[in-house]
Design a binder for this molecule. Structure first.
Ligand code: DOR
Length: 444
């Protein structure tokens, strides 16, 4: 695979770029790592020599941006590394990934942020933007040095995996978020209420005899965080929304002008609690997969803009981790490589449009990150050449043995998805290509 910057004409694809309102068949030239021309037919003779990638029948869009994934390095390299995680991201069409700080040590200091950045620069194949901790050691007791983390390059703060349980600490964090203009990403869970729960509380948990986590465990903290955001005029981002109640609370908060954004995962949009019956620990995730009613509310929220973005919450674990008893197995699903295929099922079923889907993976997360780190999320001339090319109609079977991620933990193993990433270009480099993609070399 050529992963040097290239001059490449992506010819004749269907370009969807919500940042510019583009939805048409066109060609796109990239050179010197940037988008350099966009139009019909061939670029003008003044352009450099280029190779051609034939994209007829394929969708061309800005590279996907994942505001929430777990790359596990440092500390849990048996589950994933920055190298394998970013390769999996490339295969899933992601050209920017924001990694959560629940590593060992957690990303709560300048040194740890610098470490992730240096490994990402040396071994990562897509852009990696680290998220710093809210609290020192993710212990929820004392605020981390958020200004120091921001100067080191943290693009947001989160204790993901755990909520910021202490309301005073959350208030302080939101005050900093206002001053630093960076979001606090909260994993909303009332842990006193969810304690001991291992899946959604409902008919399936009763049938299986497993302790449940009610929707209220999420709704309570969402409501608290919204109240604190109103108080502080901070920037709040709600992680992995899973409940109908949260969608309603966020909708009302947005109507009142509270600075809140929210995300949802492909799995919470497509799978119900019943997945646990068949897939056991591979369907264990926190927050848990919920019900059809919740899914309908999440999709409605996505369409209305109540939920701003889609994230993978890629959470790789080892096979040994997931072989444990249900109560002991860690929650999380390996999702970078299946995200598009899962999400396309919503498009094929007419539940969201392709343009909405692309916007939620590109333009909208780019707005949350801002322009400080390149200009992701657009195919505008002069922007870094971050491009995803996918076949919206290709059927493929999820074979976890073929995953690039070390995490094979997914309830989608063996299922057939319709919609597949065919090539990914990150900052002008071809970082992933399906075997069927043809590139014609050097045309003047
Ligand atoms: O299911 C989850 N897994 N939810 C989280 O919040 C954390 C994540 C992980 O780190 O494995």
């Amino acid at each position: 695979m050529n992963n040097k910057p290239i001059a490449l004409l992506i010819h004749g694809g269907h370009i969807i770029d919500p940042s510019q309102g583009l939805d048409e068949t066109d060609s796109l030239l990239i050179s010197e790592g940037k988008i350099s021309w966009l139009g019909k037919g061939k670029p003008p003779p003044s352009c450099p020599e280029y190779d051609i990638l034939h994209a007829e029948g394929l969708i061309i869009c800005p590279g996907f941006i994942d505001l929430h994934c777990h790359l596990r390095q440092p500390g849990f390299e048996e589950k994933e590394t920055i190298a394998t995680g970013t390769q999996a991201a490339a295969k899933g069409g992601f050209t920017t990934v924001c990694c959560m700080p629940n590593t060992l040590p957690p990303l709560d200091s300048k040194e740890t942020i610098d470490y992730v950045k240096s490994i990402a620069a040396a071994e990562g194949v897509v852009r990696v933007l680290p998220i710093g901790c809210i609290s020192k050691g993710r212990k929820g007791e004392e605020l981390a040095k958020l200004d120091e983390l921001a100067s080191a390059g943290a693009i947001a703060f989160s204790d993901d995996g755990s909520p910021a349980t202490n309301s005073r600490l959350m208030r302080q964090a939101l005050e900093y978020s206002h001053d630093l203009n960076l979001p606090i990403i909260d994993h909303c869970e009332d842990t006193a209420l969810s304690q001991g729960g291992v899946m959604n509380e409902g008919t399936t948990s009763t049938k299986l005899g497993l302790p449940g986590i009610p929707n209220a465990a999420e709704d309570i903290i969402v409501a608290r965080d919204l109240a604190l955001t109103r108080l502080t005029r901070g920037r709040l981002h709600i992680a992995h929304v899973s409940s109908e109640g949260s969608v309603g609370l966020i909708r009302r908060a947005k109507e009142k002008g509270i600075m809140v954004t929210a995300e949802v995962t492909p799995l919470h949009l497509t799978l119900t609690e019943e997945s646990v019956i068949v897939h056991a620990t591979n369907a264990k995730v926190n927050p848990p997969l919920r019900t059809r009613k919740d899914i309908q509310a999440l999709i409605q929220g996505l369409k209305e803009g109540v939920i701003d973005i889609i994230v993978t919450d890629h959470a790789p674990h080892t096979e040994a981790d997931k072989m444990l008893k249900f109560a002991l197995a860690p929650p999380g699903i390996s999702s970078l490589e299946t995200a598009l295929g899962s999400l396309m099922s919503l498009v094929h079923a007419g539940q969201i449009t392709l343009t909405t889907l692309v916007a939620k993976l590109t333009r909208e997360p780019a707005k949350i990150i801002g322009n400080k780190y390149g200009k992701p999320g657009t195919l505008a001339i002069g922007a870094p050449a971050d491009i995803t090319i996918f076949d919206p109609d290709m059927d493929w079977e999820v074979d976890t043995r073929a995953f690039t991620s070390k995490g094979k933990n997914t309830p989608l193993a063996g299922s057939v998805l319709k919609g597949k990433v065919m090539a990914t270009i990150a900052q002008g480099k071809l970082v992933y290509r399906d075997d069927s993609i043809r590139i014609e070399a050097k045309v003047a």
